[in-house]
Design a protein around this ligand. Sequence first.
Ligand code: NDP
Length: 401
Amino acid sequence: MGKVLIIGAGGVGTVVANKAAQNSDVFTEIMLASRTQSKCDAIAADVKKRSGVAIKTAKVDADSVAELVGLLNRFKPELVINVALPYQDLSIMDACLECGVNYLDTANYEPKDEAHFEYSWQWAYQDKFKKAGLTAILGCGFDPGVTSIFTAYAAKHHFDEIQYLDIVDCNAGDHGKAFATNFNPEINIREVTQKGKYWENGSWVETEPHEIHKALTYPEIGQKESYVIYHEELESLVKNFPTLKRARFWMTFGQEYLTHLRVIQNIGMARIDEVEYNGVKIVPIQFLKAVLPDPGKLGENYTGQTSIGCRIKGLKNGKERTYYVYNNCSHEAAYKETGAQGVSYTTGVPATIGARMFMQGIWKKPGVFNVEEFNPDPFMEQLNKQGLPWHEIFNEDLELA
Ligand code: NDP
């Protein structure tokens, strides 16, 4: 039980604020802070209408450790939920260390000037958090997050040895726009335009972007073309589950989406370096973000659902077994409950559950941890209660030889 500070007033921050308010039995005081205070105020007013809970707001530039330290010292939270951008992970972790505050995020650190993400920067904080007696929970959204917890749950309850892991992420929603990203466009486009990568027999195999693809069948949705891309949870999962012979991540994309992406890249709008325009320096991908639809505003006309899960093959009692665990989330239901679409919802709900686990002392140990290093059971129980119920299918064809 204690005070929580949410940083980042975007689509995910909207969901975390709403869900934290619904969990006011553990979050005794809630503050939402972001670069633009008016966004925090609008979310707080909406939360008050929906759940009657008052949320404090503040302005903070999370790139500045000094500003963060000032805010943490004034509000004195137990835990920071970082749902700003991956660029801010390290400055927020530094401020948490300086002020004795615990930390949780949903995406690993990325430098602004390099389209590259990996855990090494944050894992390097292990000793500092341990010495300070503070907990840092990394990657507690849906993917990474729930997918990692699904894997830990499968390894704990259904297998003696997990050998093949395919994380399958389908968004079968329709927002009615010709092109839009479902979360921050800059981060999203950087992620999906990079080379593909998967783990096989002890090393990484690199592919051209979207080189490997096939139609996979998703529950209640049907067949969707799915593409192997590199996704951050693979890095920690192959480390924490060394019996994995292969680990891949599949995401569905429509042809329209891929065509737009290709054009964006070909005309230079995905560039992350500065270019001079009319005497002003601009970064093309940041300019593009400014003209694309705001992912936080897609919710109103969003129909259909997401389906994200883990397809696992391995051994139980010496016999081969397959297991598929997944959640389907309706964009419309998410919007009705929180005012945000399904992708923000499936990220914000797990972040809030992780924070709840911490506040209750269930996920609390000094150091820096990926979510699969904690007990998955109480988290899985909360998923069913907090709006993301999951389902299991045993010994069916996983379509992924
Ligand atoms: P948005 O772009 O909608 O929101 C990000 C928010 O962060 C904005 O409100 C922005 O403020 C704020 N922000 C950015 N820079 C700063 C800064 N320097 N100081 C303070 N606030 C800042 O993104 P989303 O809500 O869609 O995504 C949030 C996070 O969730 C991202 O890190 C994303 O990678 C992660 N994510 C994780 C997923 C998972 O499953 N694990 C899936 C989807 C997203 P302002 O508006 O004022 O500029």
